[in-house]
Design a protein around this ligand. Structure first.
Ligand SMILES: Nc1ncnc2c1ncn2[C@@H]1O[C@H](COP(=O)(O)OP(=O)(O)O)[C@@H](O)[C@H]1O
Ligand SMILES: [Mg+2]
Length: 250
């Protein structure tokens, strides 16, 4: 099977007054089915820009993006929306659950928008809730659940669409460290069960739970490899390399 995600020299350039910001500065990588990848980097490194392009919420200024072998880098909005619904399951820091709907209705909602018939909707939503261990809570309102449980509902909502890629943007940003570990273990479990997971985070201690780390700095990839290699978590140096001390490293 080919790559599930493929960036070919992707640039995203913003005009800021007189200057140009290279949010992504010629980024190439690919993700294969079954991988668990963390895209990591400090604030401003280009993570959200990459996430928006991977998620078909934005297109590159130049370069190509293939999702499931299809070139989505030049698609119109409505085509993007279609492939987004078919291929991607989103998990956000804010769970974006609707307070007035119960857990089951929340999980069903994207399927409703996708035009899935009622009965199938219900079955798929219940199966997804079962995978996250919350089938018995299907009648509860979101505010009757803990933060960790609410995040699991949002994971079920992503799973119900049977996505090819689960795209999680700072999914533990609003959770305490214990609940974060639970959500992370949970994403790992989904990956063991065959799901492809792309996790966006600024936090090294989260990123190392993935198999592979892609580290961004100023719109460039400065590391792409094993999440458990020592180099994977080395923070980019802020020391000016022109500095004479740098000479001693050569
Ligand atoms: N819409 C925009 N207009 C101008 N500059 C932007 C825009 N979006 C992002 N940027 C700039 O692009 C760079 C990368 O931003 P972003 O992808 O949000 O990084 P991260 O998510 O890693 O914090 C930053 O310098 C940011 O200021
Ligand atoms: Mg961001």
């Amino acid at each position: 099977m080919g790559h599930l995600i493929e960036f070919q020299s992707v640039y995203k350039i913003y005009q800021m007054g007189d200057s140009l910001v290279h949010a992504l500065d010629g980024v190439s990588f690919s993700v294969d089915p079954g991988e668990f990848v963390a895209i990591v980097g400090q604030s401003g490194s280009g993570k959200s820009t990459a996430m928006n392009i991977i998620g078909c919420l934005d297109v590159p200024t130049s370069g190509k993006y293939f999702l499931g072998g299809v070139d989505v880098s030049t698609m119109e909005d409505d085509q993007q929306a279609e492939i987004r619904n078919k291929m991607l399951g989103f998990i956000f820091q804010q769970y974006n659950l609707i307070p007035k709907l119960n857990v089951l209705e929340n999980v069903e909602l994207p399927l409703l928008y996708a035009g899935v018939p009622e009965r199938e909707r219900r079955e798929r939503a219940l199966r997804a809730l079962d995978r996250v261990g919350l089938a018995d809570k299907f009648k509860n309102r979101p505010n009757q659940l803990s933060g960790g449980q609410q995040q699991r509902v949002s994971i079920a909502r992503a799973l119900a669409g049977d996505p090819s890629v689960i795209l999680a943007d700072e999914p533990t940003g609003a959770l305490d460290s214990r609940t974060s570990r639970e959500v992370l273990s949970f994403l790992k479990q989904l990956n063991r069960e065959g799901d492809t997971v792309v996790l966006i985070t600024h936090d090294n201690s989260i990123a190392v739970r993935a198999q592979r780390i892609i580290r961004l700095q100023d719109g460039n990839i400065i590391y792409d490899g094993d999440a458990h290699a020592p180099e994977a978590v080395v923070q980019p140096s802020l020391v000016d390399v022109e500095d004479e001390e740098a000479e001693e490293w050569k």
